[in-house]
Design a binder for this molecule. Structure first.
Ligand code: UGA
Length: 438
């Protein structure tokens, strides 16, 4: 198929490269000419395992191109994916739809041939119906259909998630439903042949499926973090508890890691946007539940910052080594990162904060120049009074507590992700502290 993908951020660039990998002819479109130039030369503008290989291979073969020209995209493709960002608005917790609207307003007048437009961006329910009307009003061709096809990829496993998704959700809106389904089956032919379920529904259900999935994951994390607080009160172990309840198939072990809580560009803003939309619709149960999920999550950051400040009490000019700056491992993404939030609170309280992250240093330094950035993990730990592990990178799990004991000033470690082995650290003479773990 001839496919255009609008937006080349974490979602769009990955989707474009994976569509080329699936055998389609793809053009990626972005308003940022620098990004377009980097992508066109086969370079990923961010760290995502496996993405560079796909970009290199398919830009070299010519099956994948990038442009800033909507005209070229409209000429080159019959299937259009909207994959631009929907961040939180600066003035409210609602989603900012300006990028989605800009794509629709620019693309629709250029659709002179039959086309299917798929929305992939995460949007508040009702947005797709509004876009369907705009397409009908602006497109010269009478045969332009709109479908909503939410994306469930995770950063750090985005390529695999796109090539082998758990499910494909298709909300059918305006246009011929049979044609939309046929195009969808062709776009995702390989995944469907491998048995990936295709859920066909209406626009509103498809839009809601995405925010409900992210809100459920966020709820699971806040649930275990609230249980962790009880564990702390009675000296129980939340990690063992999570293993035990996770063995029940109905519960499952994933997303039950207690710690500093969720961050990133998706879960926090999706929870807030869903809450805002639910309030507009008068759905008060959802508003209340999501408000609690968010409140518990933000409290985790305060709890970790307080633990670190308590550990610094009585120390003249305390130094904390913060290991991990990204919102999760195997990513360079520091957007709404709990690690940086806590690190900047410590810096604001007068603590010298020495940091290290395998991939997040450059992005972090641009946002938080007040922190110190080490040349290596050991450099960041030098003469520290407290070690604070904020992101569960493998290299932190594998740390040798004996080796570090000779580098730091005081042997105090706070494991804000419950990713270290408490017994090993205690045996090496460390005071080990974590959330919900004795
Ligand atoms: C999330 C969803 O998992 C994807 O399905 C969705 O497509 C994506 O958002 C999106 O909307 O685009 P992602 O933001 O990449 O993906 O990250 P997650 O793996 O969901 O992790 C989110 C946060 O939760 C991270 O900060 C992570 O450290 C935290 N987390 C995760 C916990 O605190 N505890 C856990 O047990 C699991």
């Amino acid at each position: 198929m001839r496919i255009a993908v609008f937006g080349t951020g974490y979602l769009g660039a990955t989707h474009a490269a994976c569509m080329a990998e699936l055998g389609h002819e793809v053009i990626g479109v972005d308003v940022d000419p620098d990004k377009v130039a980097r992508l066109q030369s086969g370079e990923a503008p961010f760290f995502e395992p496996g993405l560079s290989e796909l970009l290199e291979r398919h830009t070299a073969s010519g099956r994948l191109r990038f442009t800033s020209s909507y005209e070229l995209a409209a000429q080159s493709a019959d299937v259009h994916f909207i994959a631009v960002g929907t961040p939180q608005r600066p003035d409210s917790p609602a989603a900012d739809l300006s990028q989605v609207d800009a794509v629709v307003e620019a693309l629709a007048p250029l659709l002179t041939r039959p086309a299917v437009v798929f929305g992939k961006s995460t949007v508040p329910v009702g947005t797709a119906a509004r876009i369907a009307e705009r397409l009908q009003a602006l497109a010269p061709s009478p045969d332009v259909s709109l479908a909503w096809n939410p994306e469930f990829l995770r950063e750090s496993t985005a390529v695999d998630d796109t090539l082998s998704p758990d499910r494909i959700v298709l909300g059918i809106g305006s246009g011929d439903p049979k044609r939309i389904e046929a195009v969808t089956r062709e776009v995702y032919a390989r995944s469907l042949a491998e048995g990936t379920p295709l859920v066909i529904t209406d626009l509103a259900t498809a839009e809601l499926t995405k925010v409900a999935a992210n809100s459920f994951l966020a709820t699971k994390i806040s649930f275990i973090n609230s249980v962790a607080e009880v564990c702390d009160a009675v000296d129980a172990d939340v990690a063992v508890l999570a293993d035990a309840i996770g063995l029940d198939d109905r519960i499952g072990r994933r997303f039950l890691n207690a710690g500093v809580g969720f961050g990133g560009a998706c879960l926090p803003k999706d929870v807030r946007a869903f809450q805002t939309r639910a309030a507009e619709l008068g759905a008060s149960s959802a508003v209340r539940l999501l408000a609690d999920v968010e409140w518990i999550n933000s409290r985790q950051r305060t709890r970790v910052a307080t633990m670190a400040l308590d550990a610094c009490r009585g120390i003249d000019k305390p130094r904390v080594a913060v290991l991990g700056l990204t919102f999760k491992p195997e990513s360079d993404d520091v957007r709404d990162s709990p690690a940086l939030d806590v690190a900047s609170r410590l810096a604001a309280a007068g603590v010298a904060v020495q940091t290290w992250d395998p991939h997040g240093m450059d992005n972090a330094e641009r946002l938080y120049p007040e922190l110190e950035y080490g040349n290596s993990l050991l450099d960041a730990c030098k003469a520290a009074d407290v070690l604070l592990v904020m992101t569960e990178w493998d290299e932190f799990r594998r740390l040798d507590p004996h080796e570090l004991a000779g580098i730091v000033q005081e042997r105090v470690v706070i494991d804000a992700r419950n990713c270290l082995d408490p017994a090993a650290w205690r045996e090496a003479g460390w005071t080990y502290r974590a959330i919900g773990r004795r």
